[in-house]
Write a protein that binds this ligand. Structure first.
Ligand SMILES: [Zn+2]
Ligand SMILES: [Zn+2]
Length: 287
């Protein structure tokens, strides 16, 4: 079952295959009329997206972002819809976050070379693609270089918190990310929550910080998962939202833009909430 809304899509400005223009054309052709471009930790695709949306009558383009957070062993991503993406302080913060991730990874590669386990920095970046470079990518480079046999071994011997190549860095918790998004008028949604540990506790914290929604209709989530997550969204008074998380690279989980059973009603409630908070005005100001 297709939806006229898709609130989670990636372009070439993070790790997607299609440019914002190609992505919007594809989604529009497929009948999507409410769409959010939500690249990883970056909003630089939005100007192009807005230009492309001008050629799509009736399309509502929601400026968005998907932000990574740093909880050990828990991949928590937060979507921010209707962010005031042109806010200068917000953009400075994004640059800082990207720089600190990169600098930290570079330092770890440096340490590995001092330990006589060199990996090429260029290769680490290639493995990471357009995504934020992290320890898993360095671990894969170590495997490739033959210094270890598995990613686990790379962590055990070098990259774990107590490992000799470990470098600490600025941490952003999910609560801090939600607050950051709220500060710029965003409506934060917890992304792909199915496999998160201690989801109840997390939702209590995030709700208090300003979370408004949770992805319930996502990629290949089966009916039972959807039911479980919808009940949870209800319990915490969160909008049951969703998206395809389309990247364009194929694979068994991939769904085309709009190819998710996201109903119109919660999307409408998100749009109403944005209007009530004047988020529309901020998000679309002169740009
Ligand atoms: Zn994600
Ligand atoms: Zn995503």
């Amino acid at each position: 079952m297709g939806s006229q809304a898709d609130l989670h899509l990636h372009s070439t400005f993070s790790d997607g295959k299609l440019t914002p223009t190609q992505l919007i054309e594809l989604a529009y052709r497929r009948g999507v009329r409410v769409l959010s471009l939500s690249d990883h930790d970056v909003t630089d695709g939005l100007p192009e997206a807005f230009r492309a949306a001008e050629h799509c009558p009736g399309l509502i383009l929601i400026p968005g972002i998907e932000m990574s957070t740093d909880l050990p062993a828990n991949e928590v991503h937060i979507l921010g819809h209707f962010i005031d993406w042109q806010n200068a302080t917000f953009q400075e913060r994004l640059v800082q976050l990207r720089d600190s991730r990169l600098l930290r990874a570079e330092k770890m590669v440096q340490k590995l070379s001092e330990l006589n386990k060199p990996v090429a920095w260029e290769r680490v970046q290639e493995i990471a693609g357009e995504g934020a470079v992290g320890r898993p990518h360095i671990a894969l480079a170590l495997v490739e270089a033959g210094h270890v046999t598995t990613v686990n071994e790379a962590f055990d011997l070098y990259l774990s918190r107590t490992g000799p190549a470990y470098v600490d860095r600025e941490k952003l918790t999910p609560v801090e990310v939600v607050r950051l998004l709220v500060e710029v008028g965003g409506l934060p949604t917890l992304a792909h929550p199915r496999d998160l540990e201690e989801l109840d506790e997390l939702l209590v914290e995030l709700r208090e910080a300003g979370l408004v929604g949770m992805e319930v209709y996502y990629q290949d989530y089966d009916p039972e998962t959807i039911e479980r997550l919808r009940a949870m969204a209800d319990k915490f008074d969160l909008l049951p939202l969703g998206g395809s998380d389309y990247h364009g690279w194929g694979g068994p989980q991939q769904r085309e833009p709009g190819d998710i059973p996201l109903p119109a009603e919660p999307v409408q409630r998100l749009l109403t909430l944005a209007e009530e908070r004047d988020a529309f005005k901020r998000a679309y100001r002169s740009g």
